[in-house]
Write a protein that binds this ligand. Structure first.
Ligand SMILES: Nc1ncnc2c1ncn2[C@@H]1O[C@H](COP(=O)(O)OP(=O)(O)OP(=O)(O)O)[C@@H](O)[C@H]1O
Ligand SMILES: [Mg+2]
Length: 403
């Protein structure tokens, strides 16, 4: 197998000038390629010259962990804690060096970590997702923990396998939590709009889908997000276009062929789980169907507070606002906070003095922005009542009852 061109380029550059930022970039690239022991060596080069370099320590800890050397990882983390580095356990992974055209952030291609250009903001984390504790726990066990403790999971013969199907009303955080999953471990996030695949690559959809899975396998820890699974996963017999049918078949092949060591985790999402092809729900595929509910009161307060962070506000009682927004989706809450804020901005633009966003602004915004989850919940109720074969929607039924 020929060497990765980016690795070659960095090694050449390093032989000319052993710059620490180049070592970091090389380590990051090797991490992306899943070559964790080599990545660790690169980070150790930096530490040899400067043993207290927190960036190198953070990455070395992660590389050691991924390479299965828990003792070393603990050593680096202890040092980090001793140095007072913020949140040594969960220090964000640097944005990896990615070849042209596969930039995870959708930004320009080749990017050197540690070069003049400031790194883009780290991805969102679980803490940015309000509520959904059960979903987070599921994801933790099936994807994050194996990445964080590879040797433990290896010892018990358990690997990342299969995927998770998230379903629920629009705007309640399916895409958001998939993104945050990648952010938790610095994995790549790749979203695949299945509708786009069918439309844009007519006749080539299967090939395109295969390429996307291939790329994820090659680049190491990746969260592959398949949005609108119902659209292609419709009971195959119902599909009018054979294009869609072929894509379903290809998807089955890809899911079955996912090598558990590849570190690829597939999260799919749908608003219509009842339309998803049953073949996709068999064990080893999307056998875990997880309900993503609208946020409860505590989560609503969290989402509102998070969204107002950094904006001038005064006297906001998030618990009171949470009590007034029952049934609001996360997206509704974001919209509410934005509407309240816009009210102040409009005033200032009209020449009034600058002021903070207040409860009164939220009061006005509450008249404009209403909950959007109602229609979905009504539809879901019917399925939970009349189409709950095999208990597929037990969690939905339980949640509806509790409401
Ligand atoms: N639980 C949540 N915590 C924090 N923010 C949330 C949450 N749910 C939704 N949001 C906010 O609402 C936006 C929309 O949510 P998201 O795109 O994840 O919804 P979705 O469930 O994927 O909806 P759809 O079914 O329409 O695709 C997010 O970008 C985020 O800002
Ligand atoms: Mg979504």
């Amino acid at each position: 197998m020929s060497e990765d061109p980016v690795v070659t380029a960095l090694r050449t550059a390093l032989s000319a000038a052993p710059d620490p930022s180049l070592h970091l970039a090389l380590g990051d690239r090797l991490t992306v390629l899943g070559r964790h022991s080599e990545a660790l060596q690169a980070f150790q080069q930096v530490l040899a010259a400067n043993p207290t370099d927190t960036e190198a320590l953070t990455r070395a800890a992660q590389a050691a962990e991924s390479a299965g050397d828990a003792a070393k990882a603990i050593g680096y983390r202890t040092l980090l804690t001793a140095l007072g580095a913020a949140d040594a356990q969960h220090a964000p992974t640097a944005v990896p060096l990615t070849p042209e055209g596969e930039s995870p952030a959708g930004g320009p291609g080749l990017r050197l970590v540690g070069a003049e250009e400031p790194p883009p903001p780290a991805g969102i984390r679980f803490d940015d997702v309000g509520g959904l504790e059960a979903v987070k726990k599921r994801i933790e066990m099936s994807f994050l923990a194996p990445i964080r403790n590879p040797s433990l999971f290896k010892a018990y013969g358990k690997a990342i396998k299969g995927g998770m199907l998230l379903y629920g009303p629009p705007g309640c955080g399916k895409t958001h939590i998939a993104r945050a999953t990648a952010g938790e471990v610095g994995a790549r996030f790749e979203s695949i709009g299945l509708i786009d695949i069918i439309d844009m690559y007519l006749g080539e959809s299967e090939k395109r889908l295969h390429e996307m899975f291939e790329q994820a396998r090659r680049t190491g820890p990746t969260v592959l997000f398949l949005d609108e699974l119902d659209a292609i996963g419709q009971k195959r017999s119902q599909l009018r276009h054979s294009a869609g049918r072929n894509v379903v078949n290809q998807l089955l092949v890809e899911l079955d062929g996912l090598d558990s060591s590849a570190g690829v985790y597939v999260i799919a999402a749908t608003n219509h789980p009842w339309d998803v092809d049953p073949a996709l729900k068999r064990p080893g595929r999307f056998d875990r169907t997880v309900l993503v509910t609208p946020p409860d009161a505590a989560a609503r307060a969290h989402i509102l507070a998070r969204h107002m962070e950094g904006r001038p506000h005064q006297g906001l009682d998030f618990a009171v606002l949470a009590a007034k927004t029952q049934g609001y989706s996360g997206a509704d809450l974001v919209h509410l906070a934005d509407t309240a804020t816009e009210r102040v901005i409009e005033e200032v633009l009209a020449g009034k003095a600058q002021r903070s966003v207040s409860m009164a602004d939220f009061g006005a915004a509450l008249k404009e922005v209403v909950s959007s989850t109602g229609p979905w919940i009504e539809m879901a109720r019917n399925y939970a009542l009349y189409a709950n074969e095999g208990g597929a929607y037990d969690d939905l039924a339980a949640w509806l009852k509790k409401r």
